[in-house]
Design a binder for this molecule. Structure first.
Ligand SMILES: [Zn+2]
Length: 322
């Protein structure tokens, strides 16, 4: 199956009460780990590429890796999405270069300017059969080149969404309801601690999500910054020479609840990075004499697959929905 847009995926996800996973890819092992899981679970899939990934791996390599995944997994629909397109030119270059979906993130701009930039991308994208995700409100945290301090982040204002969507014509909308980018989503001061001393973040603002959904019935909503930062991998990293104190993510049961509502796309990146890094650190500690990259990248790929399999089944609810 050739790469597809997210239109059909989102319609089925909205009606079916689940979300499609959007996983960030940077190299072959990550692409393979994710797509092998989705293929086995018969799940629709979004592979997404950030500006940083394009700078790291090169646009052509990433597109060809994702196209290879589509050839190897003909039984599942796969979309190739630009994550956090910073401007029209970046979006245009991805639209011209084989992507089926782009995000224009002008959420840091004033409302009217966000509309203007988004509208321009939508016009070009729709002329080329590509769909567009836009963003209202801004998430705290760090993701590649997107850095927003907690005090500059802001929840989405539900009273703005109808005007934004009707004036831009965007196909899906990322909103800010308390998720955050990176592996340190919240400071200790924002959290409580459970009996094991693990930080418990503040709950997501489901009241905002509900108000947005009421104003945009049937419209697909996107959540960014939705890694859960599995403590087993944080521990694996810290036990093998790493130093990631107080890394904390979004509880999976809250994401599962969001997926059952109007959220059709959930972005997960940090959890795969943690699985890969933890696995490789442990491998190096256990096999100091090994030097063949295939030896440590194989278990890293296998654990990415395991994390994605868990997400598809237990968090997103999209297993069996391809
Ligand atoms: Zn994001």
């Amino acid at each position: 199956m050739p790469l597809v847009t997210t239109t059909e995926m989102f319609k089925k996800a909205y009606d079916g009460g689940y979300a499609v996973g959007a996983f960030n890819v940077n190299n072959m092992e990550i692409v393979q780990g994710i797509t092998e899981a989705a293929r086995e679970q018969h799940a629709p899939l979004i592979l997404q590429v950030s500006k940083g990934a394009r700078a790291y791996a090169n646009h052509t390599y990433l597109v060809k890796l994702v196209e290879a995944a589509a050839i190897e997994c003909p039984e599942i629909p796969i979309a190739l999405h630009l994550d956090h397109g910073p401007d029209f030119e970046t979006c245009k270059s991805c639209i011209d270069g084989g992507f089926t979906s782009v995000m224009i993130d002008a959420s840091s701009k004033p409302f009217a300017e966000n509309i203007e930039i988004t509208r321009k991308v939508v016009e070009y994208a729709h002329d080329h059969g590509v769909v567009v995700e836009a963003e209202l409100g801004s998430l705290a945290g760090v993701e590649d080149e997107v850095k927003v301090a907690a005090e500059d982040s802001s929840y989405t204002r539900p009273e703005e969404v109808e005007e934004f969507v009707s004036k831009t014509g965007c196909d899906s909308l990322a909103i800010a309801i308390g998720t955050s980018h990176g592996a340190y989503k919240f400071t200790a001061a924002q959290c409580t601690r459970n009996e094991k001393g693990i930080l418990v973040p503040p709950p997501l603002r489901f009241d905002i999500l509900e108000e947005v959904s009421k104003r945009l019935p049937g419209f697909p909503i996107v959540l960014h910054g939705s890694s859960s930062v599995p403590q087993e991998y944080v521990k694996m990293i810290n036990d093998n020479g790493g130093k990631m104190p107080d890394a904390v993510g979004i509880p999976e049961e809250q994401l599962r609840h969001a997926a059952s509502l109007s959220v059709c796309k959930i972005n997960i990146d940090s959890d795969l990075r943690l699985a890969m890094t933890g696995t490789i650190r442990q491998y190096f500690a256990q096999h100091p004499d090994h030097f063949d990259p295939r030896q440590y990248l194989s278990p890293a790929r296998a654990n990415i697959k395991a994390v994605v399999t868990h997400k598809l089944i237990d968090v997103l609810g999209c297993a069996g929905k391809a």
